[in-house]
Design a binder for this molecule. Structure first.
Ligand code: 5GP
Ligand code: ZN
Length: 114
């Protein structure tokens, strides 16, 4: 989508610290990290949120999690632990309207889930 920030990052029209890319997804460092490791994983396809995932997108969602696992190893947080989070809609705290998964780790994270 032409006026979407994360589409522009995926197309390299806006610079970011890209750490992984393949035909389906891109991973880059969050510009405002809330943990020592804070990576964003996005589909190259413009999907707004979890609400817009269709059956045809199952491969890209699977890819996001298998690459999340690889990046957790690469960034040294696989053993200490980490979180993969996607915020959906207003109450979910979603600010950017292009589906993204946060990988957060490198410190003990507080959770609203207890
Ligand atoms: P959300 O609240 O939508 O789940 O998270 C959006 C995330 O995108 C935030 O963590 C924010 O720091 C990050 N972000 C916003 N703009 C940019 C940007 O231009 N570049 C990068 N790398 N991250 C961004
Ligand atoms: Zn987009």
């Amino acid at each position: 989508m032409s006026d979407c920030l994360f589409c522009k990052i995926a197309q390299k029209e806006i610079p970011s610290e890209i750490i992984y890319e393949d035909e389906l997804i891109v991973a880059f460092k969050d510009i405002n990290p809330v943990a020592p490791v804070h990576i964003l994983l996005i589909p190259k396809k413009h999907l707004i949120s979890v609400n817009n995932i269709m059956e045809e997108d199952e491969a890209v969602i699977g890819r996001i999690f298998s690459v999340a696992k690889e990046l957790a190893h690469q960034f040294g947080i696989a053993e200490s632990g980490y979180r993969v989070v996607t915020n959906t809609g207003t109450d979910g705290g979603q600010v950017i309207g292009h589906l993204h998964f946060h990988i957060l780790g490198g410190k003990a994270l507080r959770s609203e889930l207890g």
